[in-house]
Design a protein around this ligand. Structure first.
Ligand code: ZN
Ligand code: ZN
Length: 396
């Protein structure tokens, strides 16, 4: 029986997902040789969230994260998140995928199906959206927005099924090769690794209210266990989007170090302009001596995976989740300690890459506060993959 990983990632990406020995850890492997500087693949994010301060300033496209020149932006009239767009295409896509449901008072249902619902739900929707956007503004968080957009995108796909072939309607993102069973966003998300995080009930309620006030019934979309799991996946897998060297004016988070949002980026989360979820790149493991790096050289959230050195077919691809360079004011040992603490806090593992092992000195490291690797996969997924259950993918 052909499984999910026969069709995912698509062949055109030049990589495949393989399992490592005993631990059954999923890794990304090159399917051909590459020279240093080669682009291995380009990947669009499933969902993105602009950093909160940039969202408020209205300087970047809310959909592709492009910097917009003054006066060139498309600014929708009633958008509670203060979203602006670089193009009509970005506006249409964003609206259809999630923005309409989350941050406007327009009907979340296809034309002809609303039957007065949106005028009835208006006051509650307005209030719920205000609470959520105020929260995002005051905390500067992006992970709750990534989650809301992920849920909204899946809901929008469901409602679009009522009226197929609608112009401007949305379809599942093409993430698997032709001939595959009907894998959808939920199938991709289900397989991602996660860590245990402190999922806040207040955030769950806000998202639930935004969804439930728009479409009665949706308030049950996000029970507590699902919320914790989804936030753990976002925490583990989100990438920092950073182009042209990134920025140095990102507001410093006032959250406790253990509650700060961290994204995978070798440039440092403090240089990013936003975060995104990339389902293929999510399989890249960390190394302090990586052979690939994410690049955003198109000046958008499109991720280009670039080879940092020559790579042979069959090699595992690794990236640096954090800034692994040695800063001018650091010794090698201090740099080692800094990156290992960041990895332990953000991704809950003790790095055992060859550089970490060879850089080790007599100096005591101190307790990193994590086990060897605390990330995990959903129990249902590991059961299916070890052949203990015969669950078929969603084909409806
Ligand atoms: Zn755009
Ligand atoms: Zn390391």
């Amino acid at each position: 029986m052909l499984g999910y990983y026969e069709y995912f990632p698509q062949k055109r990406m030049n990589v495949s997902v393989k399992e490592t020995g005993e631990s059954k850890y999923k890794i990304l492997v090159a399917e051909k040789d590459f020279e240093a500087g080669d682009v291995i693949y380009k990947e669009d994010p499933l969902v993105v969230a602009l950093d909160s301060d940039l969202q408020q300033m209205g300087t970047h496209c809310s959909h592709c994260l492009r910097l917009i020149h003054k006066g060139m932006a498309i600014k929708p009239e009633s958008d509670r998140l203060n979203a602006i767009y670089c193009s009509k295409e970005c506006q249409v896509a964003s609206k259809a995928e999630s923005q309409n449901l989350l941050f406007t008072l327009e009907s979340p249902l296809p034309p002809g199906m609303d039957q007065g619902l949106s005028s009835l739900t208006k006051p509650k929707r307005e209030e719920a959206q205000k609470v959520f956007t105020d929260y995002l503004k005051s905390t500067g968080k992006t992970n709750p927005l990534l989650l809301a957009r992920l849920l909204a995108r899946q809901i929008s796909l469901e409602t679009a099924k009522f009226t197929p072939n609608q112009p401007g309607g949305i379809v599942e993102p093409p993430l698997t090769d032709e001939g595959s069973p009907g894998y959808g966003i939920s199938d991709h998300i289900e397989r991602l690794r996660y860590i245990d995080v402190n999922a806040l009930e207040a955030e769950r309620k806000m998202i639930t209210e935004v969804l439930g006030s728009a479409l009665p019934g949706l308030e049950s979309t996000l029970p507590e266990d699902k919320h914790a799991l989804a936030m753990g996946k976002i925490a583990y897998n989100a990438f920092g989007v950073c182009y042209s060297g990134g920025r140095d004016d990102k507001p410093v988070s006032t959250a406790r170090p253990e509650d700060q949002e961290r994204t995978r980026t070798p440039y440092g989360t403090s240089r990013q302009i936003g975060s995104g979820l990339y389902v293929v790149s999510a399989y890249l493991a960390h190394s302090c001596e990586p052979n690939v790096r994410p690049s955003f050289s198109s000046g958008t959230a499109e991720l280009h995976l670039v080879a940092s050195r020559a790579i042979k077919k069959g090699d595992q691809l690794t990236m640096a989740f954090v800034d692994v360079t040695q800063h001018p004011d650091e010794t090698a040992e201090q740099a080692r300690r800094r990156r290992r603490f960041e990895l332990a806090r953000g991704w809950r593992f003790k790095c055992e890459c060859s550089r970490c092992v060879s850089d080790v000195t007599d100096e005591a490291e101190g307790d990193l506060g994590v086990g060897r690797d605390e990330s995990k996969v959903e129990a249902a997924v590991s059961r299916v993959e070890s052949g203990q259950a015969g669950i078929m993918p969603d084909t409806d």
